[in-house]
Design a binder for this molecule. Structure first.
Ligand code: DX5
Ligand code: ZN
Length: 220
């Protein structure tokens, strides 16, 4: 099993000093920087886009994990490549051509992820297991930080764990939404190896970030 890693979501950071926040969460032990891109169409909220992503790129040496909660997806891939993304994740539900979109991301030499909303079954990924580098299970309905963890997703995590093991491929199993000190052990036990945390990572301000991350990863 791969080591459990953390991808703090900057949606929960102080947008008035986003560069400093990205540097601080990196210094505190982030393995990835999770960027929640929201268009107000696929999800009922607007966050930020490629320009902001580009402006914070040099504030961290960690991979930029871009979670695109947008539809359509394909027209914006190149802008996120240019902004410095390392991983670009689309939503299975954001359009009819997930296979083509995954190919588009990989054609730029980036890692391709696919995310499932709580109502979307793991089985919808059966025919793209050879195309993905990351699978993102939403444990909240996308659009906002600070929501309650949806426990029904634990079964889906377990199912995806077996699908990934059966594929024999190096695929990250990422879980996103309501991850905190209580729910992190549950998703890890179910088979997740990459945790996204917004409010739990950024709570208490920069002096708390390292402690928050260690607690989420179950380190002393
Ligand atoms: C929700 C985003 C999540 C969210 C997580 O649409 O995809 O990444 O920011 O925030 P918390 O950890 O506070 O639930
Ligand atoms: Zn996210």
């Amino acid at each position: 099993r791969k080591p459990v890693r953390i991808a703090p979501s900057v949606l929960a950071a102080d947008f008035a000093k986003l560069g400093e926040e990205v540097a601080a969460i990196t210094a505190a032990g982030a393995d990835y920087i999770h960027l929640d891109i929201m268009d107000g169409h696929f999800v009922p909220n607007i966050s930020f886009g490629p320009a902001v992503t580009k402006s914070i790129r040099d504030y961290s040496d960690k991979p930029f994990d871009c979670h695109l909660m947008i539809s359509p997806f394909d027209p914006f891939v190149e802008e996120f490549v240019d902004a410095g993304a390392d991983i670009i994740t689309l939503h299975q539900e954001s359009g009819p051509h997930a296979h083509r979109s995954l190919q588009l991301v990989k054609s730029h030499g980036l890692k391709a992820g696919i995310s499932l909303n709580p109502a979307t079954p793991a089985s919808t990924l059966e025919h793209v297991m050879d195309e993905v580098d990351l699978i993102l299970v939403m444990s909240v309905n996308p659009g906002f930080g600070g929501q309650k963890f949806i426990a029904s997703q634990l079964d889906k995590i377990r199912t995806l764990r077996s699908m990934i093991d059966a594929s024999g491929r190096d695929i990250d199993l990422q879980v996103d939404g309501g991850i905190n000190a209580e729910t992190a052990p549950l998703v890890i036990e179910a088979g997740a190896d990459l945790l996204v945390a917004g409010s739990a990572a950024f709570k208490g301000g920069p002096s708390q970030y390292a402690e928050n991350i260690n607690l989420l990863l179950g380190r002393a």
